[in-house]
Design a protein around this ligand. Structure first.
Ligand code: DGT
Ligand code: CA
Ligand code: CA
Ligand code: ZN
Length: 574
């Protein structure tokens, strides 16, 4: 997969071009747009290029001839000349520095110019030595913010977003499968459990040609270098900066190995204890009786079954009580991607989306969805080109017109800003024209817990909020969640029939599994949405589904598994 790396380079190019004395705004915007497009692609640009050449690249939104040329250059030579030259002029690690909260591109450059900060280590030193607070335009508060940002950065270090890791793992699996060398092959580890971030990839293979598989694994185009390689296990560092374990086992052990390497560790430990109590021994090769005879191992189902447990989906295997449920045959039937009939959080180019309404609708239809809710931003989100009441009225009429033309059902909505004081960013009469109202927080994220809690509850108590979108506002590895008393807020959601969103965007995944768990203590429902800003983002749904399964949600608890007519009955009426 080239996507992550190329998107990073384009973002860096944009950052560096923006520093140039010469006004190069269009070029900067072009690179930023290209970075956004590529980072959210699920198909590898390398594959697109291989199949359809530069023309194929140019079919992607926001990719013109020049940028397509740069992509080609990178795929063929591993470098982009323009980038290398800019890098000489600005030897700054923009990619990582701008990940720190409080560090935009401008500030990053300023710190380089004034005190020579080139990378994260330099920044850490500057913070420790209090060199930043005295600089013009910074001050003590910025220094504190950067310090917190650094801590946040460290805590996420080395763990990659599921949304970047899973497509990479799938590309590797496909490659190995296509080689004809493997009998069975599956992704295991935290990626199979759909954890929001993964530490490394685990790929499990059964094959009678282990040597050839190991050789091939080392030589894949995705590999930066081999870390260790033995007869049945190879660990490589991938170009995207993640390590990957590839293991080969006998077909007769595949189920036991898959169970073992899927984990998680605590789940495995508990399973092993159960095995011991039953007089068995469980390991990655199989389940064995006292005499060392294998009693199970070919499939996972077999292993669980011999231990007296129902098989459970990987997303549940976190030792959160699932083993007891499996033993008493009471596992919940989790929501499946096929159950989801619509997406209630979709943007168009009427605010910060990249595509017109019609295109988003056509793409959703192609994916088999029956309806989508159009949730463009409101006026406070001026940088997202949010609309005021007047524009919204016209926009909603536009949705009606589009509905008359046929195609899948488009629901009228908005992503309404919950303002600092808890009021909503549109007038009631505009809100009343919509099928439902999705609300979220985008500004003043640093309010104290008390004030934040009051803010959200006030919004809910208005009676105008149907869905609370990306509730905690965290960005994985980049921004902490807002400080809010979720118990109080969930209680208010229950009282006001507010549906809680599971935002599927890879760096949001919000609510996450833990918070879904907490929310299930209340009589609330959930909506698994993609927050799409372009058609391809709709493929993110599977990450939200993963989160929902990790939170043990059944179909009944997820509102967008309902057909539109039934769904509409759940929303507030005016
Ligand atoms: P990660 O890579 O940090 O995102 O998380 P995992 O769960 O993929 O962990 P990883 O790659 O270290 O190991 C893959 C699986 O192998 C893990 O989920 C369970 C199993 N495993 C690893 N180490 C142990 C261990 O010491 N004991 C047991 N019972 N299982 C282990
Ligand atoms: Ca792993
Ligand atoms: Ca591993
Ligand atoms: Zn949104």
């Amino acid at each position: 997969m080239y996507n992550t790396k190329i998107a990073e380079i384009f973002e860096e190019i944009a950052n560096m071009l923006a520093l140039d004395e010469v006004e190069r705004r269009f070029e900067v915007l072009a690179y930023r747009k290209a970075a956004l497009t590529i980072s959210s692609l699920q198909e590898d640009v390398g594959e697109i290029y291989k199949k359809k050449g530069v023309e194929g690249l140019m079919e992607l939104p926001g990719i013109g001839k020049g940028i397509a040329g740069s992509i080609k250059e990178y795929i063929e030579t591993g470098k982009i000349k323009k980038y290398e030259e800019l890098k000489k002029q600005y030897p700054i690690d923009f990619t990582n520095l701008t990940k720190i909260q409080g560090m935009g591109a401008k500030r990053t450059f300023k710190l380089y110019q004034t005190i020579g900060v080139k990378n994260i280590d330099d920044l850490r030193k500057a913070v420790d030595q209090h060199k930043i607070r005295g600089l013009e335009g910074f001050g003590e508060r910025s220094e504190e913010e950067i310090k917190k940002g650094l801590a946040q950065f460290d805590s996420g270090k080395g763990r990659m977003l599921l949304g970047h890791a899973l497509p990479e793992a799938e590309a590797i699996v496909k490659k190995l499968r296509d080689s004809g060398l493997v009998k069975q092959i599956t992704i295991a580890g935290s990626t199979r459990r759909m954890r929001e971030t993964v530490g490394d990839l685990d790929i499990l293979v059964s094959s009678s040609k282990a040597d050839a598989v190991m050789e091939m694994a080392k030589k894949m185009q995705e590999v930066e270098r081999t870390i260790v390689s033995g007869p049945t296990k190879t660990t490589v560092l991938l170009k995207i900066g993640l390590t990957c374990d590839i293991r080969v086992v006998e077909d007769s052990s595949f189920g036991a190995a898959l169970q073992y390497f899927t984990g998680n560790k605590d789940h495995n430990v508990k399973l092993r204890e159960i095995a011991i109590k039953k007089g068995y021994k469980l390991n990655e090769y199989g389940l064995f009786d006292r005499k060392g005879k294998s009693v199970a191992g070919k499939t996972e189902e077999e292993v669980y079954s011999k231990l007296g447990l129902d098989w459970m989906e990987p997303e549940m295997r976190e030792n959160r009580g699932e083993i007891d449920l499996a033993m008493s045959r009471k596992l919940p039937k989790l929501v499946q991607q096929e159950d989801v009939l619509g997406d209630l959080h979709v943007h168009t180019n009427h605010s910060d989306g990249l595509e017109p309404l019609g295109e988003m609708a056509a793409s959703a239809a192609k994916l088999g969805l029956k309806y989508i809710g159009i949730t463009d931003h409101t006026k406070s989100e001026y940088q997202a080109r949010g609309m005021d009441d007047k524009k919204f009225v016209k926009h909603l009429e536009g949705i009606d017109k589009e509905n008359e033309r046929g195609g899948i059902r488009l629901l009228k909505s908005a992503e309404i800003d919950i303002l600092k004081d808890g009021s909503l960013d549109l007038e009631n009469k505009t809100l009343e024209m919509m099928d439902y109202r999705l609300a979220s927080i985008h500004t003043n994220l640093n309010l104290k817990r008390d004030e934040m809690t009051k803010r959200v509850i006030k919004a809910f108590d208005s009676g105008y909020v149907d869905i609370w979108a990306h509730p905690t506002d965290r960005l994985i590895n980049a921004r902490p969640p807002i400080d809010v008393d979720l118990d109080k807020v969930f209680e208010a959601a229950e009282r006001n029939n507010v549906i809680l969103e599971i935002d599927s965007y890879p760096d949001r995944l919000d609510l996450n599994d833990e918070n879904i768990f907490k929310a299930r203590n209340y009589k609330v429902k959930f909506s698994i949405d993609t927050d799409s800003h372009r058609s391809e983002n709709m493929l993110f749904l599977r990450y939200g589904i993963g989160m929902a399964k990790r939170g043990w949600l059944t179909k009944e608890l997820v509102v967008n598994t309902l057909p539109a007519e039934k769904l509409l009955k759940l929303f507030h009426k005016f």
